[in-house]
Design a binder for this molecule. Structure first.
Ligand code: G1P
Length: 293
């Protein structure tokens, strides 16, 4: 069955970006000129997803407004013949976006489970908003291709520095075939000295629908939250769940330094900005050199 639906959890509090996130959802923080969540929605669309459900929480209404038709703005741009900008504003109309609220902050696994009625008996994708991936072939598309080959759940992984393994779900690989891994275990945020590898789960997943039944009975795990990784570990007992080391550069926008790096990288992708950004970076470096920093 084709993967046509995707869940984007967006219920997190965004405390790492306070005070910016006091009155604005973290998913709406712009990288250059687009909210972070729009990069994620665009990746889903480019991967062939037709319906997206965003799991929201308190104070997230700006996300719904963002993906709504902005009639006044569109009309205004049309009358001023600013067709380029009009196109940008209309981008998000290519897919149906639905919303559901996670009423209690019970963790990622619970947020995904909140969308179970929307998913029904179909395979589906999950994209986490803290990771933006820049690649020739969209990251999710790469995973969907693997799902189509294996007819099994596929989880996006990337190597991370060993000292950072306690920040991620980590896989214990069993067998490797190119970029595809058979997996022995999935462990949520192991201590650095206990990590079975440095292959980290990076915010992109394709699941068979059975994961929802496991989430329904999943007990709380690390941090007192229902962990998606724990349900994946159980799913892997009943049916294979693969890890796929996707191609592309991954940026963590859930973290302040990651956010700055992403902004620079995406600004550098834009021809009209590249020279100015480089010039400014050189100036900063010269200044710091002369100050001996
Ligand atoms: C979540 C997952 C974790 C994964 C990470 C990727 O953790 O629980 O397995 O590695 O996303 O960004 P969080 O960053 O929400 O704590």
């Amino acid at each position: 069955m084709k993967v046509k639906k995707a869940i984007i959890p967006a219920a997190g509090l965004g405390t790492r970006f306070l005070p910016a996130t006091k009155a604005m959802p973290k998913e709406m923080l712009p990288v250059v000129d687009k909210p972070t969540i729009q990069y994620i929605v665009e990746e889903a669309i480019e991967s062939g997803i037709e319906d997206i459900i965003i799991v929201t929480g308190k104070g997230k209404r700006a996300i719904e407004d963002h993906f709504d038709h902005a009639f006044e703005l569109e009309d205004n741009l049309y009358k001023k013949e600013k067709f380029d900008l009009l196109d940008k504003v209309k981008q998000s109309a290519k897919v149906d976006i639905h919303y559901i609220r996670q009423k209690e902050p019970k963790g990622l696994g619970h947020a995904i489970w909140c969308a179970r009625k929307f998913i029904g008996d179909e395979p589906f994708a999950v994209l986490l908003g803290d990771d933006i991936v820049r690649s020739d072939e969209p990251c999710l598309k790469q995973l969907i291709n693997q799902y189509n080959e294996t007819d099994s759940s596929v989880i996006g992984v990337k190597q991370v520095p060993e000292e950072e393994t306690d920040r991620y779900g980590i896989i214990a690989p069993k067998k490797q075939d190119g970029r595809l891994y058979e997996v022995e275990h999935f462990v949520e945020k192991p201590a650095v000295d206990k990590a079975p590898s440095n292959l980290a789960i990076i915010g992109r997943y394709v699941f068979t629908p059975e994961i929802m039944d496991l989430l329904a009975t999943q007990e709380t795990g690390r941090g007192g939250e229902v962990q998606l990784t724990d349900a994946i570990e159980r799913l892997n007992v009943d049916q294979p769940v693969y890890g796929y080391e996707f191609e592309g550069e991954r940026y963590d926008v859930g973290d302040q330094i990651g956010f700055i790096k992403t902004t620079l990288a995406i600004a550098m992708e834009r021809e009209e900005m590249r020279e100015d950004v480089l010039h400014h970076m050189r100036e900063i470096m010269e200044k710091h050199k002369s100050m001996n920093i």
